[in-house]
Each structure stands twice: as C-alpha cells, then as structure tokens.
Design a protein. Structure first.
Length: 242
C-alpha cells in the first residue's frame, strides 16, 4: 500500500512538472519578440476589414507601387518562401540538432496539409486577383510572367514564411533576429499581393494559420523528446544560447 501510494505521488508530481515545462515553453513563444510583433500585425491587420474593401488593396498596391524595379526584387524574393525552404532548413538543422530538423519537417508537412486542404477542399472556388478583376483592371502587368488563376485562399507562401519565422524565433532568442524573421515573413506576404497572386485576405489568414501551427508544435514538442537534441556529427546535446 505505501509503495503504491508514494509511486502515485511521484508519477503525479513528475507529470505536473512536465506539463509546467511544456506550458512554460509555449508561454515563452507567445511572449517573445516575434509574437509581440505578430500581435501588432494582427491588431493593425484587422483594421482594413472594417474600413475598406480589402479586395481593392491589391489594386492599390499595383497602381501606386508596382514598377520594373520592384518587379526585379519581388519576383526572386517571393521564392524564399516556397515549400523548398522547409527542406533546405531541415537539412541545415541536422548539423545543429536532429530534433530541430524533425520539428521543421513536421512544420512543413502541417503547412502543406493545412494550406492544400483549405485551397482545394474548403475554398476550391476562390480565384486569384487577375481572374477576379481581370488583367485589364491593373495598370502594371509583367510580361513573360505566370499569373495563377485558382486556389487563392490561403496564401501558401505566406504560411510557409510565418511558420518558418515563428519556429526559428522559438529557438533563436536574440530579439533583433526575431525582428528580422518577422520582417522576412511580412515582406513575403506583401510580395504575394504585389505579384497579383493573392488578395490581402489570403495573406492575412495565411499568417494567422501559420502562427497557430507553430504554437501547436511548440505546445506538443514533448513528442520530439526521444529525437536526439544534437547534430548528426555531435555527441553532446545542443543547447541554444543565441
């Protein structure tokens, strides 16, 4: 009887400590610099929904900003958030921490599933700006450039960018690095609007969905405990001090 009693106490206390650690890690993520900037992004980002037709934002950007100079920047920059980014980072992270690499892989898979489910199952009829408005509505059109037509919601590139940025901010504690991650993600979202691939709504909710995915991974990172927290060529566990 005493053995069973003390065993139960030990198990309960151990479980409580583990849960506290998990919630502590989630708390660290939702209160870090990246998340604070993201909160501001959400607050300011909701304002257009109340004061204007957000569908017109893509037209405003095209009329006021678009030019050959910005074309030469936005076209290559937007590819920094293609699905390949998860693969590249996962490979690089193998040399830092196999656990981090696994988490990045899972993050990429969840982003793919989430974005494609909403694009092809929930909102299969959401058209891209060039179809919804017609090319003639835009003052600046790029030659020899492929404008997509279907599956607009949500923006997969924006989801990838915010997911990568959010997960990196969980590991890299330097606040200026986190500001850099956030800036990278926001500019990816802007590039999707600039290139007429997405409406503002596609980008905004894509960012929200990505943040949710990262929060789930951080909250459930106990599932990665058995994955070595060291690089493939290292024998000691990695402890980030950045």
């Amino acid at each position: 009887m005493p053995v069973a009693f003390y065993s139960e106490i030990f198990i309960n206390k151990t479980s409580n400590l583990i849960m506290q650690q998990r919630f502590s890690e989630l708390h660290q993520f939702v209160t870090n610099t990246f998340s604070k900037y993201f909160a501001g992004f959400i607050i300011l980002g909701t304002l257009p929904f109340f004061f204007m037709d957000t569908a017109n934002i893509v037209v405003i950007v095209n009329d006021s900003i678009a030019s050959p100079f910005w074309d030469s920047i936005m076209k290559p920059y937007t590819h920094l958030a293609s699905g390949l980014i998860f693969f590249i980072l996962a490979v690089l992270l193998l040399f830092v921490s196999v656990r981090y690499s696994a988490m990045m892989c899972v993050c990429g898979i969840l982003v793919l599933i989430f974005s494609q489910f909403f694009k092809r199952v929930v909102f299969p009829d959401e058209m891209r700006p060039t179809v919804e408005f017609g090319l003639h509505q835009f003052s600046h059109i790029m030659g020899n450039f492929k404008y997509y037509k279907h599956n607009a919601f949500p923006s997969g590139h924006t989801m990838a960018a915010f997911a990568v940025a959010g997960l990196l901010s969980f590991w890299v504690k330097n606040k200026w690095a986190q500001v850099g991650f956030f800036t990278y993600a926001v500019l990816i979202g802007f590039s999707r609007i600039y290139l007429l691939h997405h409406f503002y709504t596609d980008v905004f909710w894509g960012a929200v969905g990505a943040y949710g995915i990262v929060a789930i991974i951080v909250a459930g990172n106990k599932f990665f405990d058995k994955v070595p927290n060291r690089g493939v060529f290292k024998h000691k566990d990695f402890r980030h001090k950045i």
